[in-house]
Structures are given as structure tokens and as C-alpha cells.
Design a protein. Structure first.
Length: 412
């Protein structure tokens, strides 16, 4: 994708532009790099995060709870920024649980999902009072023992693996044979075990996948997931208080992708809420979003170390790469390698004149941040910006690979 020429006073992907430089939180890029003390760095814009949460709130039907799935970006300062803005957080490890608690999220509003929870993690969750999304019979057995030992019944919701799939998902996590959740057919038996084990049953969780941009698919999924949960009516060990129907709301990474149209999703949630309350009046509907809240509010910035020409091909060799931003190099589960949106963040007023590939310093041909993009003429010291980098960045990358220095993260 070509970088755009931006005039003063304009914005680029929501970020302010001043005198040809991209700004995060009002700070121009070169100043930001000085403030970071190094390149490469990630910068996340608080204002854009707040704005996005407000937009989501405006769309969600009244009473639908908004949770942040912290694996998208668990930076402590970002969690503290989000904690007062959302109704809860979803975690997937003991350390993420600690991070959510540290950020000031009330334990009662934390839910803990994920396969293979270790006994220590389960104990941590019971002790803190977080809700466990149980994903196996083994977890129920261990929780029964821990609850008895601790004199504190574990709060549990059952993560159900549906008998249908989410089509159009970037990553699929439900339907067919899965490590995630308990197969729909086995749920009645699991509910019986939960009652016998003396656990505090609270409801259900369905999470079928991630990075969906087709609203009709998400809307359809919400309806079908609820249909499925309502079939457990006769098997319940207690009142249903919590129904988490997942999220999966995607963001556009590539020129061929359009932003998600949230209106059909809202309509589906409203319909689901009405049906849910007709059946289970105490149940609260929860939506859990990761990248949709933070993905577009973050950039990754690397400095050009060298402009290398090889048989007519121009390479901008930077100090950043795959080890900090695996997803931008197409190696985080993507089937096709495509370029994330990229710009020379300190030359936004200049015209794009040259086709280049932006690469990192790692000794592997996989370390390509942008393949054959058209940018203004770059030289050593220029700052390459990769947009859509607020989620699945630093913590989703192999920072130790090849022994280059780590990146820093800033919330501005
Ligand atoms: C990964 C994950 C999410 C967040 O996915 P996004 O695509 O970032 O919104 C939410 N819930 C569960 C259970 C997950 O595993």
C-alpha cells in the first residue's frame, strides 16, 4: 500500500498530523522517539482508545456489558486506562489475571478462559473471586477439590463448543473438534458434575473466533449461540446470571478490507437480550472485545538504519522487525502475507515516489514489514510507521529471537 500525502491539519487513520509528522496524543513522531529513548517503539493513543470505547458503548444495547480481552494488549498502563471504561476484563492466564487485578478491575468482573488451566492458576482465580470459564471435566474436578479445601466455592460458567462454525473468521475457535470449550453434547453431563462438585454455577460462554469483518456472520452467530444455550434449560444447576456470547469484531488491516458495520451486530444483540431475559431474567449479556478496542489506536515505529539497493530493488533496513511485530510480517497465523498500512511518519507531506521493501535486521527472509510499497524517498534516520498495531504486537512476538534489543511501549 502506498503512503498518502497528507497536508497540515489533516489526520491519518485517526492520528493527528502536524508539519508532515504523525502525532500520537498530540506529540510529533520525532519528539516521541526522543521521549521513548530508543527506536523501535509502540505508541498507543489514549484519546483514540477512549473514543473507540465510547463508540462501542453508543452501539451496544443498554445493559449489555462490555469486557476487554486483555490478550490483545496487556500493557499495564493501557489496562489501567481501560479498567474504568469497561465493565470487566477477560483473561487467559494467571499472569493476565494478576494484570487485570493490578489495573483495578474488580475481581467479580474478571472472567478467566482458556484450555489447560494449571492448578495454581485455578487456585488464584478462586481466591480472587474471578469467574472461571471452565473448558473441561478435569477443570471441574480440580475446582471441586480446591473449593472444598479453600472453603470458597469457585464461580464457574461453561464454555460451550458449538456444533456449528463461525465462517469468515481470521482465527476459528469453535465448531468441530476443538481444544476450546466443552462439546455441546457433553454440556448436560458437565452441568451435573458442577452441581455435585459444589461449584457456584453462573452461566455460559461461547467464543467461536476472531477478526470477523462481515456483520451478518457475527449477527447470525449471536442468534445461533443463544439458540444453543437455551436448549440447556432443563439441565441447569442454578440461575443463569452471565452469558458471554464472545466478540470477534474485526478491524481492517488491508486495502481490500472494509471496517465492520456494527449496526447488524447491535440489532442481533438487542434481539438476543430480549430472548435471553424472557427465559433467564437475571442473566447479563456480555460482549468481549480485544483488537476492536485497541488495535487501531496503536502504531509501531522503527528507524531506517540503511537504504540498500540490490539489483534495482530498494530495501529500507530498519531496527525493527518480526521480533517485535510478528503479525505485521504475516507470520502470526496469517495464510497470506499482506502489507499492514505503512508510512514514513516524519515525511507525510512528501509525495510517494519510490517502491521499497521495509525489512528488519533479523537474519531470515521472513523479516519483512512491508513488501514493495511506494513511499517518499527515505534516508537513514527516517521513521517507518506501521499502523493497526495496537493489538497482538509486542507480547505476540518472539522478542528473544536472534538477540536484538527489545522494543518499548508507550501510552500517550
Ligand atoms: C483472543 C480472544 C478474544 C479477543 O479476540 P480479538 O480478536 O482480539 O477481539 C476474546 N475472547 C477470547 C475467549 C479469546 O480467546
Amino acid at each position: 500500500m502506498a503512503s498518502l500525502t497528507v497536508n497540515a491539519g489533516e489526520t491519518m487513520r485517526g492520528f493527528e498530523v502536524s508539519e508532515g509528522q504523525l502525532c500520537v496524543g498530540g506529540v510529533p513522531l520525532q519528539r516521541l522517539a526522543q521521549r521513548a529513548g530508543q527506536t523501535p517503539f509502540y505508541a498507543y493513543d489514549r484519546g483514540l482508545i477512549r473514543q473507540r470505547v465510547a463508540e462501542v458503548r453508543a452501539v451496544l444495547p443498554t445493559g449489555v456489558q462490555l469486557h476487554y480481552a486483555i490478550k490483545a494488549n496487556p500493557m499495564p498502563a493501557l489496562l489501567s486506562c481501560l479498567a474504568p471504561l469497561v465493565d470487566g476484563m477477560d483473561v487467559a492466564s494467571g499472569r493476565e489475571l494478576s494484570a487485570a487485578l493490578d489495573a483495578g478491575c474488580a475481581a467479580a468482573h474478571i472472567s478467566f478462559a482458556g484450555p489447560g488451566k494449571r492448578e495454581g492458576e485455578l487456585r488464584q482465580a478462586v481466591a480472587s473471586g474471578a469467574l472461571l470459564h471452565v473448558e473441561s471435566f478435569r477443570e471441574v474436578e480440580v475446582l471441586g477439590r480446591l473449593s472444598a479445601e479453600m472453603g470458597l466455592p469457585a464461580r464457574v460458567a461453561v464454555r460451550v463448543n458449538p456444533d456449528f462454525e463461525l465462517r469468515g473468521a481470521g482465527m476459528r475457535m469453535g465448531g468441530g473438534a476443538q481444544v476450546f470449550g466443552v462439546d455441546l453434547e457433553q454440556v448436560p453431563a458437565l452441568l451435573a458434575r458442577i452441581a455435585q462438585a459444589g461449584l457456584q454455577f453462573e452461566g455460559f460462554h461461547v467464543y467461536a473466533g476472531s477478526q470477523v469483518l462481515k456483520a451478518e456472520l457475527l449477527a447470525d452467530l449471536i442468534g445461533r449461540s443463544l439458540d444453543m444455550l437455551l436448549t440447556f434449560r432443563a439441565d441447569l444447576p442454578g440461575p443463569v446470571r452471565h452469558v458471554n456470547l464472545g466478540g470477534g469484531w474485526g478491524i481492517p488491516y488491508f486495502p481490500s478490507e472494509q471496517p465492520l458495520d456494527v449496526a447488524p451486530v447491535r440489532d442481533a444483540l438487542l434481539a438476543a437480550q430480549q430472548r435471553l431475559h424472557a427465559q433467564w431474567p437475571q442473566a447479563q449479556l456480555v460482549v468481549e472485545l480485544g483488537r476492536f478496542l485497541v488495535g487501531e489506536a496503536g502504531i509501531y515505529v522503527a528507524r531506517v538504519l540503511e537504504r540498500k539497493v540490490s539489483r534495482g530493488g530498494v530495501y529500507l533496513v530498519t531496527d525493527g522487525g518480526l521480533h517485535h511485530h510478528l503479525a505485521a510480517t504475516g507470520n502470526f497465523g496469517q495464510v497470506l502475507r499482506r502489507n499492514y498500512p505503512v508510512a514514513l511518519g516524519n515525511r507525510l507531506a512528501e509525495s510517494a515516489v519510490e517502491q521499497v521493501s521495509v525489512v528488519g535486521p533479523l537474519c531470515t527472509p521472513l523479516d519483512v514489514l512491508a513488501h514493495k510499497v511506494t513511499l517518499p524517498k527515505a534516508s537513514e534516520g527516517d521513521l517507518v510507521v506501521i499502523f493497526q498495531s495496537g493489538a497482538y504486537g509486542a507480547t505476540a512476538s518472539p522478542q528473544a529471537f536472534l538477540g536484538h534489543p527489545p522494543c518499548v511501549e508507550m501510552l500517550v
